[in-house]
Design a protein around this ligand. Structure first.
Ligand code: TMP
Length: 208
């Protein structure tokens, strides 16, 4: 099996950090070479763009924001993701292009067709082999965001924004069930962990 590109996505407060640790542990337990990275970010240019994009003081229009996400992504692909995959190292990215469809498309209202054009231009036909979508009801997401002391530029958005973000994620997952695994992360930690492990076992053809 060639090296796999796996992305983890979902609305803010969906529990990515906790579940990334589960995924890391799974790769360690199976002795599979893997690189963990994130978007926006993953390279010096990407991390600098991340600082701009997440800073509440930044006044960027919706199209500028979208272009900056893709600018960070191109650098990330060139410098980190594609070289690792070519060396046979699996890559797990904390967010990828689904987040642009969900946040800039759903949240901000950039036409999804425009995002598709950018996706094709920046990525060619490169897409994740598997996207794990962590899903929680909006009330849970809002509670978890509120628990953060300092909110970034996206976390400061309101419930309507996140309702639209979640809807786009779920629509994309429903439209391509072979590529997405939707995991209900509004459950006990060990139940979510079992589900995640099952998703990874299935994807890599490993019997538990
Ligand atoms: P996070 O790393 O804590 O998830 O923060 C990243 C934020 O950036 C999150 O609120 C989602 C947002 N984002 C977008 O709006 N568009 C994108 O394409 C990506 C990758 C992230």
């Amino acid at each position: 099996m060639r090296a796999q590109f796996i992305t983890l996505d979902g609305i803010d407060g969906a529990g990515k950090s906790t579940n990334l640790a589960v995924i890391k542990h799974w790769f360690e337990a199976h002795h599979l070479p893997v690189l963990f990275t994130r978007e926006p970010g993953g390279t010096p240019v990407g991390e600098a763009l991340r600082d701009i994009l997440l800073n509440p003081a930044t006044k960027a229009g919706l199209h500028t924001e979208t272009l900056l996400m893709f600018a960070a992504r191109r650098q990330h692909l060139d410098d980190v993701i594609l070289p690792a995959l070519e060396k046979g190292i699996h890559v797990v990215s904390d967010r990828f292009t689904d987040a642009t469809f969900a946040y800039q498309g759903g949240g901000r209202g950039v036409p999804l067709e425009a995002i598709s054009i950018l996706e094709n231009w920046v990525q060619g036909d490169f897409r994740p082999d598997l996207t794990i979508l962590l899903d929680v009801p909006l009330s849970v997401s809002m509670q978890r965001i509120d628990a953060n002391r300092e909110k970034d530029r996206f976390e400061q958005e309101n419930a309507d924004f996140f309702t639209r973000v979640r809807e786009v994620y779920l629509n994309r997952a429903a439209a391509a069930p072979d590529r997405y695994a939707v995991v209900d992360s509004n459950r006990e930690r060990n139940e979510v962990q079992t589900d995640l492990e099952m998703v990874l076992n299935k994807h890599f053809g490993i019997s538990a």
